[in-house]
Design a protein around this ligand. Structure first.
Ligand code: NDP
Length: 249
């Protein structure tokens, strides 16, 4: 399905990015995974095989990103690298705010800007941004995260229209809570702040979905595969929820 295509997955060292990398490789893509932790990207590339590339890159660093794309011109870019921390608005420090914007939003912008020229030249490309349902709906204690992810969706929609006739599509995936380390860290944070047990905190997150469960990284990867495929070429500028129905717009 993706034979002959090269895919770069940022944040590919664990969680959703790792699942997308494995799925794309299983479907014939040559895969590169990028993140800050060398050991994690090397482990994922090792799981895939000799063909896979492990790249150390901080997507919030413009020079790092430029260097990465000087060496690699992917047909498919998955902007998945991201962070999530919670704080009340008065407790949201400058540092927390800027870090979320820099990694989640500006990192997506840097990589998209760097990837697009080669895609436009080829007349084929796929940009898939892993946003969140927090790109569409707000929630208490996640102002910085939600603002960054709303930004990702605005970026997605605008670039998608800018390149619509070029053979390149740009879409966002908007997951609800996914069973990864990001959610485990969230559970720990809730436990520390509220005194609830880890089980209670996890149950509360599951209940956010009408399906009363967490989404799996593999489910997100399956949707990314559709968007990356030839069959997905008509899907453009969308923010597709994968959340069991908690957000209906
Ligand atoms: P994880 O924390 O498990 O993985 C995040 C990945 O992003 C890691 O590989 C991490 O590696 C990388 N990363 C973080 N910061 C940077 C950076 N500055 N430059 C390069 N890579 C970076 O999270 P998930 O897999 O759960 O999340 C992946 C994406 O999905 C994120 O964008 C997240 O917002 C989104 N999402 C997750 C949901 C969930 O419930 N888990 C729900 C909705 C959306 P390293 O730290 O080594 O750089």
């Amino acid at each position: 399905m993706l034979t002959g295509k090269t895919a770069l997955i940022t944040g590919g060292g664990r969680g959703i990015g790792r699942a997308i990398a494995l799925t794309f490789a299983q479907h014939g893509a040559r895969v590169a995974v990028a993140a800050r932790t060398r050991e994690q990207v090397e482990t994922v590339a090792g799981e895939i095989g000799d063909d896979a590339l492990a790249l150390v890159c901080d997507v919030s660093n413009s020079a790092n990103v430029a260097q990465m794309f000087a060496a690699l011109k992917p047909d498919i870019l998955v902007n998945n690298a991201g962070i999530a921390e919670s704080a009340t608005l008065p407790n949201t420090t400058d540092e927390l705010w800027h870090r979320h914007l820099a990694i989640n939003l500006t990192g997506t912008f840097y990589c998209t800007r760097a990837a697009l020229p080669a895609m436009l030249e080829r007349g084929w490309g796929r940009i898939i941004n892993i946003a969140s349902i927090a790109a569409k709906a707000g929630a208490p204690y996640i102002s910085a995260y939600a603002a960054s992810k709303h930004g990702v969706l605005g970026l997605t929609r605008s670039v998608a229209l800018e390149v619509a006739t070029s053979g390149v599509t740009v879409n966002a995936i908007c997951p609800g809570y996914v069973d990864t380390e990001m959610v485990s860290r969230g559970v720990q944070q809730i436990t520390a702040k509220t005194g609830r047990s880890a089980e209670e905190a996890l149950e509360a997150l599951k209940r956010m979905s009408p399906q009363n469960r967490l989404v799996t990284a593999e489910e997100v990867a399956a949707l990314a595969l559709l968007l990356a495929s030839e069959e997905g070429r008509g899907i453009n500028g969308q923010g597709i929820n994968i959340d069991g129905g908690s957000v209906l717009f």
